[in-house]
Design a protein around this ligand. Structure first.
Ligand SMILES: Nc1ncnc2c1ncn2[C@@H]1O[C@H](COP(=O)(O)OP(=O)(O)O)[C@@H](O)[C@H]1O
Ligand SMILES: [Mg+2]
Length: 338
């Protein structure tokens, strides 16, 4: 261990070696002068003593060396310990940094998600409000048309009939009045059917099932379409708040068939079960696919209404081609909505 040997120890080692080699040189000189006995005596006395001194010094230095080695090993172990501790601390810091970053990211994501959920809820609520305001307006308009204009036109019709009866038969005036009365009657019919289209009074009075049947008859009459109607199961009483949306989805689906399918036939299937109502409206015409996406409000409105009912709506392509609007609405236990 030259690094730990002190100058005094080095000096002692050097002097021991030089004294030993000095004695060896002297011995060779004496032996060279044929003084063999003296040389032997020198070996026994001075050389032997120098050898034992040298051995003692070397042994002491070896002991010191091994002590120094032990201390070095301890130092190295301590250094390794410190390095290990530092590594653990670094590792802990890295893990902590990752954990904190992840926690912050998760918190941020959660906030964004909560915000999105809130916005989506608000949008849903707003859409629901818009639709219910629209339904209120339609209902009021339908009532106004029916009550105000309907009554006025009925009164006009009655008065014209009275005048007509007073006029001489086959006279020109009587013919004119008759014609005006016809126009008034036709207008009254149109006002009535507009009022019914806006909000069918049968929906409030006779329920969804009857309203659908009434509407399909009206639809066939007005458009010349052939509607194949199928009803499965017995419809429970479904209150106006649910029925109006199902009714509107049927109306929009059939109107779309008239406007976009290019056919003159439609299939309507309503299946009632205690827990659900399924409505399928189908045509075998042009179909929805492959058309440039048009921003019509009809399909969007149907989706909004289905969502309001907690139901699902799908736009499918039947095997025969064309379009199928498939609506499934859950009915609460007992099947009574209000
Ligand atoms: N039964 C259908 N057959 C073919 N295309 C349809 C049908 N229903 C809807 N579409 C297509 O989807 C589009 C969007 O429909 P909609 O939202 O009701 O808007 P609008 O009827 O006002 O155009 C329509 O413009 C039409 O191209
Ligand atoms: Mg439409």
């Amino acid at each position: 261990m030259p690094a730990t040997r002190t100058p005094a120890q080095q000096e002692m080692l050097n002097s021991t070696f030089s004294r030993f080699w000095g004695e060896v040189d002297h011995l060779w000189t004496v032996a060279g002068q044929d003084q063999t006995n003296e040389a032997r005596a020198l070996i026994r006395t001075r050389l032997e003593s120098e050898r034992s001194t040298m051995t003692t010094v070397i042994a002491r230095l070896l002991v010191q060396n091994s002590e120094a080695e032990g201390a070095a090993v301890q130092q190295i172990t301590a250094i390794y310990g410190r390095v290990e501790k530092n590594l653990y601390m670094l590792l802990a810091a890295v893990v902590a940094a990752i954990s904190i970053t992840s926690a912050l990211v998760i918190r941020h994501d959660r906030r964004v998600f909560a915000q999105l959920t809130r916005l989506s809820e608000e949008r849903k609520e707003l859409a629901g409000q818009v639709i219910s305001v629209q339904e209120d307006v339609f209902r009021n308009l339908a009532r106004e048309l029916h009550d105000e204009f309907g009554q006025v036109l009925t009164a006009v019709g009655v008065m014209l009939q009275r005048v007509e009866k007073k006029l001489p038969e086959a006279s020109r005036q009587r013919e004119d009045i008759h014609e005006v009365r016809e126009i008034a009657n036709q207008t009254l019919e149109r006002v009535r059917s507009m009022s019914q289209m806006l909000h069918p009074p049968v929906l409030d009075d006779y329920g969804l099932e009857n309203s659908i049947e009434w509407y399909l008859r009206q639809f066939e009459k007005q458009t010349g379409f052939q509607v194949h109607y199928e009803k499965i199961g017995i419809g429970p009483w479904i209150g106006d708040t649910v029925a109006i949306h199902v009714y509107r989805i049927l109306q929009e689906s059939l109107n779309n068939i008239v406007r976009h399918s290019g056919t003159t036939e439609a299939w309507v299937k309503v299946a009632y079960s205690p827990a659900t109502l399924c409505l399928d409206v189908e045509d075998h015409g042009a179909g929805l696919e492959g058309k440039p996406a048009r921003k019509g409000l009809g399909l969007i409105g149907m989706r909004e209404r289905a969502e309001l009912l907690g139901g699902q709506i799908e736009f499918q392509r039947p095997a025969e081609g064309g379009t199928r609007v498939k609506l499934v609405v859950p009915l609460p236990a007992g099947g009574v909505h209000e």
